[in-house]
Design a binder for this molecule. Structure first.
Ligand SMILES: Cc1cc2nc3c(=O)[nH]c(=O)nc-3n(C[C@H](O)[C@H](O)[C@H](O)COP(=O)(O)OP(=O)(O)OC[C@H]3O[C@@H](n4cnc5c(N)ncnc54)[C@H](O)[C@@H]3O)c2cc1C
Length: 397
């Protein structure tokens, strides 16, 4: 965009080393203050043929490979606003709105986005673009299920709206789903509308540790057969920690009593009950290599017990959505070997999300990706010149 004879695009400044994404320092940073400005910035980038990446809070810029090229970084910090309709249990927020700020706003009205606490500093756009979901996905759905509408600006600068602000509103293709977990490879998210839930008045966490996989599997089966209706059922294990199940139940104080008792019975004699979530509940380690593992739910405990001897494993057992995390500095060979062990099971799919240093070619970051040709065709349709975060998407798209 530098050197253009056109009128200067609004809100663009020279980049500094602090704006680097991986090893790439962009030439310029755009800080649009509304969707119109975002459109102007991206239309100009399209005319110039500039490569583009989007930054929200910058807490997950190291998720996925760094883009292959970067001329313009679009910072969404000024796209921060909240439009809440408590009566309809929906909220729309600008992409740059900090998730924590949205949570505080909703809590003041007795409502919540059931997405789970996230690392301080993350924005709505970043949360949706990374598509990660927390423990409460079990009852309320993954983040993508909570999205009911989205405004995006396409790589050519054209604004597109998908869905809306009523809960049942999708006719035709649900394009918002493509941008959820898209890592900003198909366009820039300008705002997102979500469905909400009332904040339950009370919560209990029931947890137990197990000496054997069989005991834990039995306990999980008992929870699933019960009428506990948990909000979350997390399994965890690691080289320094026991195989553990945690069940979260939420509701009214009176209603919780029998459900908590049932959950404790299902988890077994050593179950203990806590009145609140431990700090860092649901957090993924913010440093060190990180991988997502998805597998048939019935095999979650087996995966935690087996891989937990070598790597920290955690996640939503009844959904088969787990994550693996290693301490910073773990040799890449060890990570590759764990990935191989998981991939030896044809129905287990594992992708390395974050690694420092970047994996050498010997480490297969993605494994087998069903539907990759279709994903490539989607990228070609949305971003024909592959200017948006080239290389960052699944399979290096
Ligand atoms: C339950 C749970 C717990 C978590 N715990 C942790 C934790 O402990 N530590 C941790 O590091 N992370 C954690 N995360 C992930 C955390 O949600 C992300 O770090 C955060 O949401 C990313 O937001 P950000 O604004 O910092 O994004 P950025 O880091 O700025 O961007 C992340 C990616 O999204 C893209 N992007 C950002 N905004 C947009 C947009 N408007 N349009 C298009 N693409 C965009 C970027 O290009 C980049 O690819 C957790 C997630 C969940 C669900």
């Amino acid at each position: 965009m530098a050197g253009s004879s056109r009128a200067p695009t609004p809100a663009v400044r020279a980049a500094t080393p602090g704006d680097a994404v991986g090893d790439l320092v962009p030439a310029q940073v755009a800080e649009p203050s509304d969707t119109e400005e975002l459109s102007l910035v991206l239309a100009e980038a399209a005319r110039e043929g500039s490569t583009v990446a989007v930054r929200g809070g910058g807490t997950a810029q190291d998720w996925g490979p760094a883009p292959r090229a970067l001329d313009l970084l679009v910072d969404t910090g000024k796209l921060s606003w909240i439009d809440h309709d408590p009566g309809d249990l929906v909220v729309e927020a600008g992409a740059g709105t900090p998730v924590a700020e949205l949570y505080t706003h909703l809590a003041g009205k007795g409502q919540r986005l059931s997405y789970d606490p996230v690392r301080a500093g993350g924005t709505i756009g970043g949360a949706v673009a990374t598509g990660a979901s927390g423990p409460r996905r079990l009852l309320h759905g993954a983040l993508r299920d909570l999205v009911i509408g989205m405004t995006v600006v396409r790589p050519d600068g054209v604004q597109a709206r998908s869905g809306g602000r009523v809960v049942k509103n999708v006719a035709g293709y649900d394009l918002a789903k493509l941008h959820t977990g898209g890592y900003g490879t198909l366009g820039a998210i300008a705002s997102v509308a979500f469905r909400l839930q009332p904040e339950p008045p009370a919560l209990r966490l029931v947890e137990a540790e197990y000496g054997s996989r069989a005991e834990a599997e039995q306990a999980l089966a008992a929870v699933r057969e019960s009428t506990v209706v948990p909000s979350a059922v997390e399994v965890s294990a690691g080289p320094d920690s026991a195989l553990c199940l945690q069940v979260v139940v939420e509701g009214t104080h009176d209603g919780l009593r029998p459900r908590t008792e049932q959950a404790a019975q299902a988890l077994g004699a050593h179950a203990r009950v806590l009145g609140e979530l431990p700090s860092q509940w649901g957090h993924r380690p913010s440093e060190g290599p990180l991988a997502w593992l998805s597998l048939p739910p019935a095999e979650s405990v087996e995966a935690a017990a087996r891989l937990g001897r070598r790597v920290r494993v955690g996640g939503c057992a009844p959904r088969g959505a787990l994550h693996l995390s290693w301490p910073q500095g773990t040799p890449l060979e060890e990570i590759a070997s764990v990935l191989e062990e998981a991939r030896a099971r044809p129905e287990w799919s594992v992708q390395l999300v974050r690694a420092h240093p970047e994996p050498v070619p010997a480490v297969d970051r993605w494994g087998r990706i069903p539907g990759l040709p279709l994903m490539r065709a989607v990228k070609d349709a949305f971003d024909p010149d592959h200017r948006f975060a080239p290389g960052r998407g699944t399979g290096g798209i």
